[in-house]
Each structure stands twice: as structure tokens, then as C-alpha cells.
Design a protein around this ligand. Structure first.
Ligand code: MLC
Ligand code: AMP
Length: 521
């Protein structure tokens, strides 16, 4: 039987000397801590054996909401090895958000932090989850206690390329979040493509400073390092000084634009400090041309910007080296996201699905081995997001210029991307609209020097009601993930509308556009 478990592809790339260091990190109390390749193999095997020993049905979901740690990464590898479906959850999600995810995904196992156990266990059990385990960022918790007694070898479960390996929830413009099902084949093809396209070499060392519950930190970064047998310098939280300090020992860094903005604010970022680095990669949100240029001036490096999504992993990339498919062009052009990756097809079409001429703006649609299998238990939504001839509608608006570079100019989906996290206005508006005294509300994205874009809310009271913006924000805090809380809230008498009665969000965006222009990161 063909054996397509993604873990095998990653494991095959481990260096022959398994005693070499695979991950360099610090304990939560600040002590240096190294993991060898042998550690990664044996400890993920123990966790896989633990999961397999639970006798879960095939295709069971393993929901995980824990702080970033090497063990959390090993749990992902264990889920692959044991053949289950990994379901990572942002640590910022609060009860209502978690309730929805567990009721929708019905995970057989939920791994949470020891501190959250009392809060999460009843929510998970209510949804039928049989096993709630804990994992702290200091190697505490029942997961590791139980895994310690398990064998250190394990044969990865045989998988087909079309078998689901992970579900990533992405919010919808209307309605609730949808779980994008990514297969072993999706993840493996993208990892192999990126290893080649970004010129991964022997001796590369990745600085990993992103969260590991989204595509960027979990798949793009971890797979790239593992499938190249490369060491990671692992940081539980992004700290600009720590990343800059690690540069002389590393070669590759990946970050959302906010991370680059924050590093540029550090005087210790110099050409000399970045000399050992081979490649800086940015994505998940638009990289401002100012950031791109300032980085070039300060470090001598040209950031390589790429474009991706939860549903597709990576789609396009600026060239690392000469790309023979596109006239051997090598320029990394700021403001663009480069070329479709090998095997990825990308087209720009009008609202009727007709291809647009070069340079004309339209809807971006994609096809390829990286495109997800569908939304978990939502066949209708899945159907809506694909054209009849199988192209996935990204919801992004862009153009392809005469030299084949793709530029994203906006989004047809009403979405705010704040510091690399997605905020769907419809979710926040419906939350605010349910508050007493609120007639209606609108949330718009406003430029912000640190987060790129942040949400600003405008709320209209019911006749006779008195509302307070600060109170509304306080009411949202603790109920929704912190990055979804609008940075400001204004009480107005009415929302601007066009003749059709539709709220003119562009008018609101225009009136707020300079609101944060003087704020310092
Ligand atoms: C934190 N806050 C945010 C925020 N992050 N607000 C808006 N947007 C964000 N992204 C809130 C905090 O709750 C806090 O509120 C206040 O802002 C200041 O917080 P901070 O201390 O400055 O935040 P910090 O913990 O440093 O986090 C910032 C960050 C983080 C940039 C490091 O947001 C981050 O790791 N972003 C990366 C996201 C990512 O990995 N995206 C990839 C998605 S994959 P208060 O009220 O508590 O003071 C994808 C596909 C692809 O998109 O193409 O890759
Ligand atoms: P997510 O659903 O969290 O995976 O976010 C995916 C969205 O992030 C895409 O649809 C784009 O709108 C946006 N995105 C990712 N990379 C870039 C980029 N380099 N430039 C602009 N937008 C990006």
C-alpha cells in the first residue's frame, strides 16, 4: 500500500546523526534547552503511541489550545504519525469561540493548558469529547505524564494523499467559522515546493518566532525546517531583540509584517547583525513598501514576500533565484507577492469569471495540489467557494502585470488583517448588535503603524438609549479573542449609506484613515 503519511517525508529528511541539535530553545524560566533529532523522533513517537492507545475512531480530531512549546509541535507530529486530524486553536480564543469549534468539530481529544483545564473540560465534555489532556509550556501536564510510559518507537499510520491531516478554522464573512480540511498531500506538496523554491540548503537554521496555530508558523515554517533537516531556534514569543540577537547564528526568518516593523524600531538591527542571514520571508498580510525599503537599507537584505491562505497554504512567492518559468527574473519586487508557485495555477477574473488582461484588477482564483479538500461538514459552503470548473475563489482582489508578478490590491471579502490575524467584521458587529441599546454597528479596518490595520467600530444607539464606547469595548474583552477587540469605538447617530441603503464602509475608512498615523509601534 502506498504510504503517504506526511510525517514520513519529514522524518526521512532528519540528518543521519540523530544526536545533532534539532531545536534550540529556552525553558519558560529562561534556561537553555536543546532537543536532538532523536528527541523529536522518540518523543513524538511516545505521544503517537499514547493517542493510538486511546482506541479512537479513524479520522478523530485532536483539538489543541496550548501555549507555544516544542512539545506542542511534537504533539502535531504525533497526530500525523497516529493518523488523526490535528485541530490547532488560537490561544486567544475565549469560551464562546471554543464552544463553537468543539461543537462543530467534535474532537475525540482536547489538549489544553493546565491553567485552562477547569474552564475547557466542561465545554469539551459537553460536545462529547472523551479525553481532555493538559500540556503546559513548562513540560507539565497529563499529556507528557502519560506519554512518558509509552514506547519510543512507532510506525506512522499509512495514509493516502487525500486523507485529512489538519483542520484550520477560518472565519466566514457571513455565518460562523469554517474548518478548512488540509490533506497529507496538500501539506507535503507545499512543503516540497517551498524547500526547492526558497533554495533551502544544508546548514540552514530557521528562527521560529511565530505562533503555531496558523498556517504560517505551523506549516510553512515547521515543515520547511524539518523537510530540510534544518535546526530551529525556537522562540515561544516574538521579541524583536531576541530575534535580532539570534541572527548571527541563523540563516532564515519568517514573519508577518508587524514583526519586521517592530525589528526596524530596534537600533541593534544593523547590516552587520544580519550578515549571516540568507533569507527574510514575509507574508500573511500586506508588507508596506516603506517597510520593504527600510529593511533593505538597514540590513542589505531584500525581503521575499509571499502570499497564502488557510485553505491553500502557500500560493505565490517572489523569486529566491532565477525563475525559468518567468524569463529567469530574479527581482523580489516590493508591493507584489511574486509568481504562482510551481504547480499552482492562479488567474484573475471578472465577476462573470472571464480572465482579465495583464494589469487589470479582478478576483484571484487558484488551483493546485495545495488547495484544500473542502470545509468540514459544510458541503454547500465548499461548493460556493469553487467555480464549476474547480477553481477556488480566494476572496482576494488583485492583478497580474505584464512580467507575471501578482499584486494583491484588496479583498472582496469583508476582512480586516491585523498583525497577521484575521478579524471578520460581521462577527464583531453581530456581537455588538446584540448588546442592550444598540441599533446597529459597523467595523472597519484602519491603517495602523504596528499592526498594519486595526478595527474601529461605529455604533448607533436605539432611540432614547445612551451608549458608551469604552463600555462596549470592555464588554467585548474577555468574550472574544483579544485581537478581535476594536481599538476604538465611536457612538454616532447614523451610518453613512448609499442610495441602495448599503452601509458605505469606504466612507468610514476614509474618515478614520489618519487616526493612528502618529502612533508609534
Ligand atoms: C495582539 N493584539 C493585537 C494583535 N496581537 N491586536 C490586533 N492585532 C493583533 N495581531 C492586542 C493584544 O491583545 C493587546 O491588547 C494589544 O494588542 C497589544 O498587544 P502586544 O503585546 O503588542 O501583542 P503581542 O503579544 O506582541 O502580539 C503581536 C504579534 C502577534 C504581532 C506578535 O499578533 C502575532 O504573533 N501575530 C502573528 C499572527 C500570525 O502568525 N499570522 C499568520 C496567519 S496564517 P490589550 O488590550 O490586551 O492591551 C495566514 C496565511 C499566510 O495568514 O499567508 O501566512
Ligand atoms: P488566513 O485566512 O488567515 O489564512 O488569511 C489569508 C489571507 O491573508 C489571504 O486571503 C490574503 O487576504 C491575506 N494575505 C496572505 N499573505 C498576504 C500578502 N503577502 N499580502 C497581502 N495579503 C496577504
Amino acid at each position: 500500500m502506498t504510504h503517504h503519511n506526511l510525517f514520513n517525508a519529514l522524518r526521512q529528511a532528519f540528518p543521519s546523526d540523530l544526536q545533532d541539535t534539532a531545536v534550540e530553545t529556552f525553558t519558560s524560566s529562561g534556561q537553555p534547552l536543546n532537543y536532538s533529532w532523536k528527541d523529536l523522533d522518540e518523543r513524538s513517537a511516545q505521544m503517537a503511541n499514547l493517542l493510538q492507545g486511546l482506541n479512537l475512531p479513524e479520522g478523530s480530531r485532536i483539538a489543541v489550545q496550548v501555549e507555544k512549546s516544542v512539545e506542542a509541535m511534537l504533539l502535531y507530529l504525533a497526530s500525523l504519525r497516529a493518523g488523526f486530524i490535528f485541530l490547532p486553536l488560537n490561544t486567544a480564543y475565549q469560551n464562546a469561540e471554543i464552544e463553537y469549534f468543539v461543537q462543530n468539530a467534535e474532537p475525540a481529544v482536547f489538549v489544553c493548558t493546565p491553567a485552562n483545564l477547569a474552564r475547557i473540560a466542561p465545554i469539551a465534555q459537553q460536545a462529547g469529547t472523551q479525553h481532555v489532556l493538559t500540556l503546559g509550556d513548562d513540560q507539565s501536564g497529563t499529556l507528557l505524564e502519560q506519554a512518558a510510559g509509552c514506547a519510543t518507537t512507532q510506525t506512522p499510520v499509512s495514509k493516502q494523499p487525500d486523507d485529512v491531516a489538519a483542520i484550520l478554522y477560518t472565519s466566514g464573512t457571513t455565518g460562523r467559522s469554517k474548518g478548512a480540511m488540509l490533506t497529507h498531500g496538500n501539506l507535503q506538496s507545499n512543503a516540497v515546493m517551498l524547500k526547492d523554491y526558497w533554495g533551502w540548503q544544508r546548514g540552514d537554521v530557521l528562527i521560529h518566532a511565530l505562533p503555531i496555530f496558523h498556517v504560517h508558523g505551523l506549516f510553512v515554517a515547521i515543515h520547511a525546517a524539518l523537510i530540510n533537516g534544518s535546526k530551529m531556534i525556537w522562540m515561544a514569543k516574538f521579541d524583536p531583540k531576541a530575534v535580532i540577537a539570534a541572527m548571527p547564528r541563523a540563516t532564515v526568518f519568517m514573519g508577518v509584517p508587524t514583526l519586521y516593523v517592530r525589528m526596524l524600531a530596534e537600533p541593534m538591527l544593523t547590516r552587520e547583525q544580519a550578515r549571516h542571514m540568507r533569507l527574510f520571508i514575509a507574508g500573511s498580510a500586506p508588507l508596506l513598501i516603506e517597510t520593504f525599503q527600510e529593511w533593505q537599507e538597514r540590513t542589505g537584505h531584500t525581503i521575499l514576500e509571499r502570499y497564502g491562505m488557510s485553505e491553500t497554504i502557500m500560493l505565490t512567492s517572489n523569486p529566491y533565484a532565477a525563475d525559468a518559468r518567468y524569463g529567469n527574473q530574479t527581482t523580489r519586487r516590493g508591493g507584489t507577492v511574486g509568481f504562482p508557485l510551481p504547480e499552482v495555477q492562479l488567474r484573475v477574473v471578472d465577476d462573470q469569471g472571464q480572465p482579465m488582461p495583464a494589469g487589470e484588477i479582478g478576483n484571484i482564483q487558484v488551483k493546485g495540489p495545495n488547495v484544500f479538500k473542502g470545509y468540514w461538514r459544510m458541503p454547500e459552503k465548499t461548493k460556493e467557494e469553487f467555480t464549476a470548473d474547480g477553481w477556488f475563489k480566494t476572496g482576494d482582489v488583485g492583478k497580474i502585470d505584464a512580467s507575471d508578478y501578482v499584486t494583491i490590491v484588496g479583498r472582496s471579502k469583508d476582512l480586516i488583517i491585523s498583525g497577521g490575524y484575521n478579524v471578520y467584521p460581521a462577527e464583531i458587529e453581530s456581537y455588538i448588535n446584540d448588546m442592550p441599546g444598540v441599533a446597529e454597528s459597523a467595523l472597519v479596518g484602519v491603517p495602523h503603524p504596528d499592526f498594519g490595520e486595526v478595527g474601529v467600530a461605529v455604533v448607533i444607539p436605539k432611540p432614547g438609549a445612551t451608549l458608551d464606547g469604552e463600555q462596549i469595548l470592555n464588554a467585548i474583552k474577555g468574550q472574544l479573542a483579544n485581537f478581535k477587540v476594536p481599538k476604538r469605538c465611536f457612538i454616532e447617530q447614523e451610518l453613512p449609506r448609499n442610495t441602495m441603503g448599503k452601509v458605505q464602509k469606504n466612507v468610514l475608512r476614509e474618515s478614520f484613515k489618519d487616526m493612528f498615523s502618529t502612533a508609534k509601534p
